[in-house]
Ligand binder design. Structure first.
Ligand code: GLU
Length: 505
């Protein structure tokens, strides 16, 4: 294994939208590969035609493009180890199926589903293995002639791995250490089906990892039980020396309670479990996505990176570059990581703050357009500077900023009752006269002049400011009042004062 170039793969089956746990697996592969100067492959494992879902592959590619996870080789970028879609590699797998058969390490089984059901009913916890296979219809119990006749007659068969019982199989895992399995727990898994002339996941995965010179298999914990079978396959195929290193990542757990994070948890608690929105091609059901829910890809990456990996410091905000530098499999945890959705929102808030005002303004323009608002870009930028700290999502900016673009047409009743005094109209009229005389409408200048005026007249600062805010915003919220008027300008400020006086008499 030493001195071998690091090559990792993310190998999704195109069975629907990519779960957020899969995204994290891909991210860890990417961080590891880039840190080691290695390659990252996107391989589509589409050997299960029953579960194939059109559109899933394109969805996966689009999701990684959005997230900034780049592949060196794969279905969408090509590469010299291709094809990268398993359904296009049938002939390759067939060679190794034949090799295992002729070496006596696998056998053909002709048992029909009905015959298997009979055994399942007769034998408690039936498993197709050394204890049962000699009672079944397979090339171990049938003569060579019988087998040939069955095949010639067009009978379907599967090829099963022949596992010898009672052997300890060691999986060396970079996160979990040495994990030992006894071969008794394994069944003679199906490696190939004549019906569709395709291998199953187990065989295709091993053949491809070998041929694509994969050095590290980093994948979810749910694949750990398959690892001993994979170790055996490497041995049976004569590839033990180049067997990749394994790392099985901890599960993502429900935010509350125990168990694996599921789509239902997302529906129940109101958060997406998919990177992008997904429309099920059969049912037309729509599942929400992080992108459509207003997440920044950097925030999603940062959030996921810390779900199962701990940098060992207090630092929480990591750019992709920093993650690549800092990530290590040794610091990945063995136990599951709670999917703390609120923390995800917190990350998005942090990343909104890290955006420049211009970047944020660009993201906010579509929201403005949707509301029918046209405004100079510079003004939108200024508004972003004043409001971004109050939001976690771009779409929340409208709530915080709409009054900059649209003058209030009504006034918060409660506040008006409480804060709009008998003399408010007169005071605001006086304030309007004062503002009219100021040409430099910067916050510093207006604030200075207004405060001098209030002091000289011995007016109540708070009273005037709340009435002024009501006139400008229509309610009690918003940033510093002098910042607001600097952005909307003198003319608009005076118009809003006048309207409040007229309406709130
Ligand atoms: N096709 C498997 C999946 O859908 C790949 C598992 C592995 O990485 O070995 O997750």
């Amino acid at each position: 294994m030493t001195n071998k170039k690091v090559r990792v793969r993310f190998a999704p089956s195109p069975t629907g939208a990519l779960h957020i746990g899969g995204v994290r697996t891909a991210l860890y592969n990417y961080l590891f590969a880039k840190q080691q100067g290695g390659d990252m492959i996107l391989r589509i494992e589409d050997t299960d035609s029953q579960r194939f879902v059109p559109g899933a592959e394109a969805y996966i590619v689009e999701a990684f493009e959005w997230l900034g996870i780049k592949f060196d080789e794969g279905v969408h970028v090509g590469g010299k180890y291709g094809p990268y879609r398993q359904s296009e590699r049938r002939d390759i797998y067939k060679t190794y199926v034949d090799q295992l058969l002729s070496d006596g390490l696998a056998y053909m089984a002709f048992d029909t589903p009905a015959e298997l059901d009979v055994q399942r009913a007769a034998i408690l916890n039936f498993q197709y293995d050394a204890s049962t296979r000699m009672q079944m219809r397979n090339s171990l119990t049938l003569s060579t002639e019988e087998v040939a006749a069955l095949v010639a007659a067009g009978n379907q068969y599967v090829v099963r791995i022949k596992i010898e019982p009672n052997e300890d199989i060691v999986v060396n895992d970079l996160i979990r250490g040495k994990v030992v399995f006894n071969s008794l727990v394994l069944d003679d898994k199906v490696l190939y089906k004549s019906a569709d002339q395709l291998p199953t996941y187990h065989l295709a995965n091993i053949v491809d990892d070998h041929l694509m010179e994969v050095s590290h298999v980093i994948r979810g914990e749910e694949w750990l039980p398959s690892a001993p079978l994979h170790v055996l396959l490497y041995r049976f195929l004569g590839w033990e020396d180049t067997m990749p290193s394994f790392a099985h990542l901890p599960l993502l757990l429900k935010p509350d309670g125990n168990g694996k994070l599921s789509k239902r948890d997302g529906d129940r608690l109101g958060f997406p479990v998919f990177p992008l929105q997904w429309t099920d091609p059969k049912t037309n059901d729509i599942s929400s996505g992080y992108r459509e829910n207003g997440y920044l890809p950097e925030a999603v990456v940062n959030f996921l990176a810390l779900l199962g990996w701990n940098p060992g410091t207090e630092k929480e905000i990591f750019s992709m570059e920093e993650l690549i530098k800092t990530f290590s499999l040794e610091r990945c945890s063995k136990s599951g990581a709670k999917f703390d959705y609120e923390k995800g929102k917190w990350f998005n808030h942090q990343y909104i703050q890290l955006q420049s005002n211009a970047e944020l303004a660009t993201l906010f323009l579509p929201v403005l357009a949707e509301k029918g608002v046209e405004a100079p870009f510079e003004m939108v930028e200024q508004v972003m500077a004043l409001t971004k700290e109050r939001v976690s999502f771009v779409k929340e900016l409208w709530d915080q900023a709409s009054f900059f673009f649209v003058a209030p047409t009504s006034y918060d009743e409660k506040m008006a009752k409480k804060r709009w005094k008998e003399n408010s109209a007169a005071l605001l009229a006086e304030l309007a006269t004062l503002l009219e005389g100021i040409d430099d409408f910067t916050a510093a200048r207006t604030e200075g002049d207004i405060k001098v005026w209030i002091e000289a007249k011995e007016y109540n600062l708070g009273g005037i400011m709340t009435a002024f805010r009501l006139a400008l915003v229509g309610e009690g919220k918003g940033p510093y009042i002098f910042d607001i008027i600097a952005v909307i300008g003198k003319e608009e400020t005076l118009a809003r004062i006048q309207r409040a006086i007229d309406v709130l008499k």
